[in-house]
Design a protein around this ligand. Structure first.
Ligand code: NAD
Length: 266
């Protein structure tokens, strides 16, 4: 069956990458591309907005979910919430790559999406999802005796910091140590003058140039250290993972699926 996909964020870096991934997939069709209301792209043919996409349907400014099997959304939290409500109302599954939700926005999203199948991930790349498992293994074996630091680097346009992926990596580590990330995370050490607390997880961030996404988790013990690094070379890695998730959740019962499910990593 050909998967009929709607992609949001027509002018966005990820929206474009996902549209290209869908266009290149012989088992999927880009049925609808949605831009921000007021965008110059609204009304233009999809194939003029996104090279290699053959569809000449017009870019829309809102989701029309008739004849859509699944929505893939990489936009902004406020827009994702609106799109999620539309998906829930229409019973259409949704893949969410947007990051930077506040706790209350995330709670709203969870409530609103209860009736549909969804897959939300801060990072859809296969390598990062495998890295979460490697991190859990490292944390179980040497977390308690290590100073743990998470550094991430992204392009200068990224709005949220630290990245959703860095936070998910912190959660993978904290969970494997039987702790809550909120209790261990240290985001700002500029205002304190104290030695490092064993068991805390320090975060640091670089925003520069066109870096697609790099994450390193350091476990520094006595006389040795492990550094686990993932580098995304292009957005295609996220886009193809999101499309794989779209194929996976379509036709499944309502529920929150993860990349562990999609990649069969459990
Ligand atoms: P971007 O700024 O290039 O694109 C965001 C897009 O959202 C823009 O095109 C904007 O016009 C659009 N938008 C805003 N409001 C909208 C609305 N109401 N309707 C439709 N579109 C709307 O950002 P990006 O680099 O494409 O990243 C988008 C999101 O995806 C960010 O939250 C980023 O952190 C996240 N991201 C996630 C992953 C992952 O694997 N989960 C990977 C990369 C980026």
């Amino acid at each position: 069956m050909t998967l009929r996909v709607a992609v949001t964020g027509a002018s966005g870096r990820m929206g474009q990458a996902v549209a290209l991934a869908v266009a290149a997939d012989t088992n999927a069709e880009l049925v609808s591309l949605i831009a921000r209301p007021g965008s110059d792209l609204v009304g233009q043919p999809i194939n003029s907005v996104c090279a290699s996409v053959t569809s000449d349907r017009a870019v829309r400014d809102s989701l029309d979910l008739e004849n859509i099997d699944v929505v893939i959304d990489f936009t902004l939290p406020e827009s994702t919430l609106v799109n999620a409500e539309a998906c829930a109302r229409a019973g259409v599954p949704v893949v969410i790559g947007t990051t930077g939700f506040s706790e209350s926005q995330q709670a709203l999203l969870n409530d609103c999406l209860a009736p549909v199948a969804r897959c939300q991930a801060a990072n859809f790349s296969t390598g990062v999802n495998l890295t979460y498992q490697l991190l859990a293994m490292a944390a179980r074996v040497m977390g308690d005796q290590s100073d743990i630091e998470i550094h991430e680097a992204h392009h200068k346009h990224k709005l949220d910091a630290p990245s959703g992926t860095a936070l998910s990596m912190g959660e993978a580590v904290a969970t494997a140590m039987g702790k809550e990330l909120n209790d261990l995370a240290r985001f700002d050490r500029s205002s304190t003058r104290e030695a490092r607390e064993l068991g805390s997880i320090g975060f640091s961030v670089t925003r520069a140039g066109d870096i697609v996404g790099e994450h390193t988790v350091l476990f520094a013990g006595e006389g040795e250290r492990i550094e686990l690094t993932h580098k995304a070379e292009s957005r295609a890695a996220f886009a193809s993972g999101a499309l794989r998730a779209a194929h996976y959740i379509t036709g499944r019962p309502a529920g929150a699926y993860t990349m562990v499910d999609v990649l069969g990593l459990s």
